[in-house]
Ligand binder design. Structure first.
Ligand code: UD1
Length: 428
């Protein structure tokens, strides 16, 4: 298990290129199962989760190919080709699903096209119980027979799934994605009310439309899908990663640096930009990219509540909290999406941060200096918040269990070292 070693105190200066969005790429890859024609995806990030999804699809029988690379010969802008003409295995096994919950996104497409799927139950994870009842209830309503046995979801349907009205009790990104994919090949019209309208969902909807799906309401909480007999292939460019962009904005701010971010998906970054602006971060579009630095000497405390899009993203909560640990004043941060998403708090506290947690609310009293420490990465966003804190901490920080960060941040140590961070991956 690799570790990451950081000596804090360097103001980061230079340019960082933002990669394609992990959370958009995963459902787009699963969408290849809906057609026998080739789906070509570009602007892909190089991440462990993307390889996990590729492995899952390949074991279902999907033909997976890499196609070309970036102009500079590097990692940026990678392209893949997916062809699901020869799918002959309908099982998503425990060993893959346990590594990545998004594996459950193959359920809707497999069921819709082949009438059967067997998918391991994802189970809980570090940030909460994370049930998939919304996915299963909706599929049942569409006519699927769902049986839970031996830790697996066995789903079948006779003929095509049926279009129905679905009212989601909660906003769920994954459930919206799974059901919108299933509904594309269903018989009749499916209406999804209280659908998630996260940009990654909208990206999927746009790609499905390019594949021949009939969907209205992209970007809204009501999706109307008229099922079609078949979808075809397409060539689709994945949106850039708004969470990666937000994370590097915090890196510039927390270190009192000056960073130019390239390939930032500006139109979907409002909530992050507004919050950082409130905290005293200068963010301005320039000819070559997005300039990020502090407005003044100090970061100012600001409160935050996580909400479904377009609200402040739960995936930015830990990074924002890291910034607030060194802000002038007290910040109240409320997490409303996941019940247990404060695992970074004890680790930040080990660095000297002053944070009190009451239920789903964290009260962060800003201090002058964090200190380096030995830390444990627990989940993707919690772990990256520790990297951010370490960049400004006095002395050395060692973060164990780097693999959490590798799931969602492409070459993070290279990107940060290129703007002056004293950061090193220690291979074990
Ligand atoms: C996706 C993102 C994740 C992000 C989250 C919320 C991917 C791969 N992951 O996760 O990074 O933090 O959206 O923006 O895109 N829930 C239920 N029943 C269900 C489904 C969800 O109760 O059937 C609950 C969850 O436990 C959670 C809330 O709904 O409390 C939101 O979860 P959801 O939007 O489904 O998250 P994911 O799609 O798993």
């Amino acid at each position: 298990m690799d570790k990451i070693k950081i000596k804090g105190g360097k103001a980061l200066k230079g340019t960082i290129h933002i990669s394609g969005a992990k959370n958009a790429t995963l459902p787009l890859m699963a969408a290849c199962l809906l057609t026998e024609k080739t789906l070509r995806l570009s602007n892909l990030p190089h991440l462990v989760d993307i390889s996990t999804m590729a492995n899952l699809l390949v074991q279902h029988g999907v033909d997976f190919r890499l196609d070309g690379c970036a102009e500079d010969g590097g990692h940026v802008g990678e392209v893949i080709l997916l062809n699901a003409q020869q799918v002959d295995n309908f099982e998503a096994p425990y060993d893959i699903v346990r590594k990545m919950r998004a594996s459950v996104l193959v359920l809707g497409p497999l069921l819709a096209r082949f009438g059967k799927a067997r998918v391991s139950m994802p189970g809980g994870c570090a940030i909460g119980t994370r049930p998939i009842d919304l996915h299963l209830n909706a599929l049942e309503k569409m006519g699927a027979k769902i049986e839970l046995k031996d830790g697996y979801i066995n789903a079948t349907c006779k003929g095509r799934l049926k279009g129905v009205d679905i009212q989601f009790d909660k906003v769920s990104v994954g459930a919206t994605e799974n059901i919108v994919m299933a509904a594309c090949l269903a018989e009749g019209t499916t209406i999804l009310n209280n659908a998630a309208k996260e940009p990654e969902v909208t990206d999927l909807v746009h790609c499905l439309i390019a594949m021949g799906a009939q969907i209205e309401g992209a970007d809204t909480d009501k999706l109307i899908i008229n099922g079609v007999d078949k979808l075809h292939g397409t060539d689709y460019e994945v949106i850039s990663d708004r969470i990666e962009a937000g994370t590097y904005m915090v890196a510039a701010a927390i270190t009192n640096g000056d960073i130019l971010l390239k390939n930032v998906p500006m139109d979907i970054m409002n909530s992050t930009i507004e919050k950082l602006d409130e905290a005293g971060v200068f963010i301005k579009e320039e000819k070559d990219g997005l300039r990020v630095k502090r407005k003044n000497r100090k970061i100012i405390s600001a409160d935050a509540i996580t909400q479904p899009y377009p609200g402040f993203a739960t995936d930015m909560q830990a990074q924002f909290m890291a910034l607030m640990t060194i802000a002038d004043g007290t910040s109240v941060i409320k997490e409303t999406i996941f019940e247990n998403r404060f695992m970074h708090v004890p680790e930040l506290s080990r660095m000297g941060a002053n944070i009190a947690v009451e239920g789903n609310t964290a009260i962060v009293r800003g201090i002058d200096k964090l200190n380096g420490a030995q830390l444990m990465a627990t989940d993707l966003r919690a772990s990256v918040s520790l990297v951010l804190a370490a960049l400004v901490a006095k002395g050395e920080t060692v973060i164990n269990r780097m693999y959490h960060i590798d799931r969602g941040y492409e070459r993070i140590e290279e990107k940060l070292a290129a703007v002056g961070a004293n950061i090193e991956r220690v291979k074990e």
